[in-house]
Design a protein around this ligand. Sequence first.
Ligand code: PGA
Length: 232
Amino acid sequence: MNVLIYDTEEQIGIAAGNYMCGQVLAKPNSVLGLATGSTPLKPYNHMIRLYEQGAVDFSKVTTFNLDEYCKLDVEDKNSYHSFMHENLFVQALLGDPAFLLFDEPTVGLDPEERIHFLDGNAADLEAECKRYEESIRAAGGIDIQLLGIGSNGHIAFNEPSDSFQRWTHVVSLKESTIQDNSRFFNTIEEVPTQALTMGIGSIMQAKRILIIALGEHKAKAIKQVISCNVTP
Ligand code: PGA
């Protein structure tokens, strides 16, 4: 494990964006595991900047997102589908400003083939989790997984619990996470109470993992990670 400490979010964004793009330069058809939240915003900005400068080409990349809320319309601004399209995909992956998330022309590209999300509105959520695991395997596994970490130590929506949930699963969100995430919604009642998330086992199968923590409120969780005292 390498631990790098930076003074500013700007520096972290550049370092992390470079690292993700370095993976794509080394292997153009990389499978990227992507995250949402405020943590990856600056890394995504830097990836877009490099793309715009012609330094990296994402056209052969495949992506899998870590998690998605249940029972939230994908077109809702708080869905992770919307987040990714707004903050990375529209600019960087498809490289065509005409591309929009829903029912818009994609100029010969099939985003469904390369951009993967969990469907939190699937009729059978357990089957959806299985489908996702199978898709990751079929794509050859994740080359690099980008992660944030919650103030309570959660990774994706793997909330603190008594045991590790290995594979992609349905989760009931902890009060502290609902509280944390309520800043994006009008009221706390609007925050979904369930989500689908890749499990710790799915995440740990990534060939490389880049975990980013911003801010003092993450310090306690990070101290435990660095001291290898990793618990469910
Ligand atoms: P944040 O969330 O990036 O918005 O801090 C990270 C997380 O909860 O995993």
